[in-house]
Design a protein around this ligand. Structure first.
Ligand code: URA
Length: 238
């Protein structure tokens, strides 16, 4: 079946579609000996595709991992500063996995990783509005007004946040704990939302992603998703 080249490259787990478009624009992709241009289509079962001189490998069987990311690990494949990265924790799978979205170094919790670039891109797309559930501890007492503001939307330097849900609010000494559900995935979004309301986040953990939970996984542990979970994620990404 003819498909856009960037889709083929992303689905084989090389990189995101956007990065694949950059590779095409840079003239690094050849199809049957000819340098491809953006917009070209191909059939990976018929055409011979080279990525920077290397043949496109067969799409590997896809692997989907749910990791409980510990605090102190970076959500990248390689950290120039040499800090521990999330993929160090799943070395024994010996496939190149990409994180679906990211968690800050100081955030722990549920992180999906996969070599199914196509699903990763779909899920990360704002259109799909996948719920992300965070357990948040902030400095100070989160009052009714701040709670309502989180739920209505907070004005950040990249615009107003979409309505969020706050639940299980409890004040503990000089801190407040609550559960925050958002579906956007902006950079440092939860920290920035709370800071904008005068509350610094002192602990942040993602405890849910769509229907998935950490389900007894200790920090640093991971498990493979079941077939049923993979199918449900795919249907969310449609
Ligand atoms: N929001 C944040 O501020 N940080 C994360 O890691 C995830 C969501």
């Amino acid at each position: 079946m003819l498909q856009r080249l960037q889709k083929i490259i992303a689905a084989a787990g090389y990189c995101s579609r956007r990065k694949a478009e950059e590779l095409i624009s840079a003239g690094l992709i050849k199809v049957d000996g000819r340098v491809a241009v953006l917009g070209d289509r191909a059939d990976p079962t018929i055409n011979h595709i080279l990525i920077d001189g290397e043949p496109l490998r067969e799409a590997e069987s896809f692997v989907y991992v749910l990791l409980n990311k510990p605090v102190g690990t970076v959500t990248t494949l390689n950290d120039p500063e040499g800090r521990p990265v999330v993929t160090d924790l799943i070395r024994d799978l010996s496939v190149r996995l990409f994180p679906v979205g990211r968690l800050d170094i100081n955030t722990s919790g549920l992180l999906l990783l996969t070599n199914d670039g196509s699903l990763a891109n779909q899920l990360a797309h704002p259109r799909h509005q996948v719920d992300k559930v965070y357990l948040v501890r902030v400095r100070g007492r989160l009052g009714e007004q701040a709670k309502r503001q989180l739920e209505k939307g907070v004005l950040l330097d990249d615009g107003l946040t979409a309505p969020a849900r706050v639940s299980d609010l409890r004040i503990q000494g000089t801190h407040s704990w609550f559960t925050l559900t958002i579906h956007e995935g902006r950079n440092r979004q939860v920290r920035r939302m709370c800071e904008a309301l005068g509350h610094q986040v002192s602990r942040l953990a993602r405890v849910g992603y769509a229907f998935l939970t950490l389900n007894g996984l200790a920090p640093g542990q991971y498990r493979l998703l079941t077939k049923d979970e993979i199918d449900r994620l795919k249907s969310l990404g449609k």
